[in-house]
Design a protein around this ligand. Structure first.
Ligand SMILES: [Zn+2]
Ligand SMILES: [Zn+2]
Length: 336
């Protein structure tokens, strides 16, 4: 059992996208989540027209989508990255007019405007979202924080004074580096600098901000650890004895899951979860990958695929909730 934690730079984004697309064909009910992740991988591989094709495939049946404005926003942002500016702007105008109640599409289109130096339009878009989603909100919901943070950043670049929402953003931001330091226009502009030391310092600060952003991202890549219930593990090891080295005993398997997740959590990995495997679904997965279930390299891929299908249960559970391992004992009295 290994958690699937590939470093960003060693992921083969093209292969990962292809795998997620194949999975979407097999599980059409999970296609929206799977194809959005596949498109994100294609964007990271700079295969932008292929990403657009996936967005279009989803948008062909908008009524079946859980979050059509999000898909449109991602499509617009991607289009603008490869010189389809007019089409991107038309979609962005449409999103602003229809005013979705979900913050994610707002943030994506405002950041797209911002990254193309349309600061006034980005500011207006963030503000429209804030007015729509935060007027009368006593405590801004977690999903709306990126609206306030993005608005705060654009306002500093425009040289505007702090207003109430900016002050709110400052108090909501919980990172070792304050929002005002992160969004200092001198810092933001110095990203264009050719002084290596200056750039290196800016990049490490940007990482801090990106870390926060990724946590709030509407389509996070969950890091999921694979869990086999006792009967499934027994069946798995009977059928594929080669896997015994991976799983010495069921109780060791369970404690390894807990300790791996704690280690990941301590190292600052957000979005942790547990996916539960079954022998038939693992065999089907191995067949779809034209591989043998005995191949231990398949185990983390199987976990990632289950997570991409939305099957991950968030870890850790509440202390008083049932433990993730399936015992009827509370988490704090069991593996917690
Ligand atoms: Zn501030
Ligand atoms: Zn337990």
């Amino acid at each position: 059992m290994r958690p699937d934690t590939p470093a960003e730079n060693v992921v083969d984004h093209t292969a990962e996208a292809a795998r997620l697309e194949r999975t979407a064909d097999r599980y059409p009910e999970d296609a929206e989540a799977l194809l959005l992740q596949a498109a994100a991988h294609l964007e990271l591989a700079d295969a932008r027209p292929a990403a657009t094709a996936l967005y279009d495939r989803l948008l062909a049946t908008p009524d079946t989508l859980e979050n059509a404005p999000l898909v449109r926003a991602l499509k617009a942002s991607n289009l603008w990255e490869y010189d389809h500016e007019a089409e991107a702007r038309a979609i962005i105008d449409g999103i602003r007019t229809t005013a979705p109640r979900d913050p994610a599409p707002w943030v994506i289109v405002a950041e797209s405007l911002e990254s193309h130096d349309e600061l006034e339009a980005a500011h207006d878009t963030f503000t429209e979202a804030a007015v729509l989603l935060l007027t009368d909100a006593v405590e801004p919901p977690y999903a709306t924080h990126p609206v306030l943070f993005g608005r705060h950043r654009v306002r500093r670049m425009l040289g505007l004074p702090h207003d109430d929402w900016d002050a709110r953003a400052d108090t909501l931001h919980s990172s070792p580096i304050s929002l005002d330091e992160l969004h200092d226009p001198k810092r933001v502009w110095s990203l264009g600098s050719d002084n290596p030391a200056e750039l290196e310092a800016e990049i490490s600060r940007l990482r801090a901000e990106l870390g926060t952003y990724r946590e709030a991202l509407s389509r996070p890549f969950p890091v999921a650890v694979l869990h086999w219930p006792a009967t499934e593990l027994a069946e798995l090891l009977t059928a594929y004895p080669d896997l015994a080295a991976e799983y010495p005993s069921h109780s060791t398997h369970l404690s390894t899951i807990e300790s791996s997740l704690r280690e990941l959590s301590t190292s600052g990995t957000p979005n942790l979860g547990i996916v539960t495997g079954t022998v038939p679904s693992y065999e089907a997965f191995a067949a779809s990958e034209s591989s043998s279930p005995s191949d231990t390299a398949l185990l983390p891929q199987y976990a990632t695929t289950l997570a991409a299908r939305g099957r991950a249960v968030a870890w850790p559970p509440q202390r008083t909730s049932d433990c993730w391992c399936g015992s009827t004992t509370s988490y704090s009295a069991c593996h917690g």
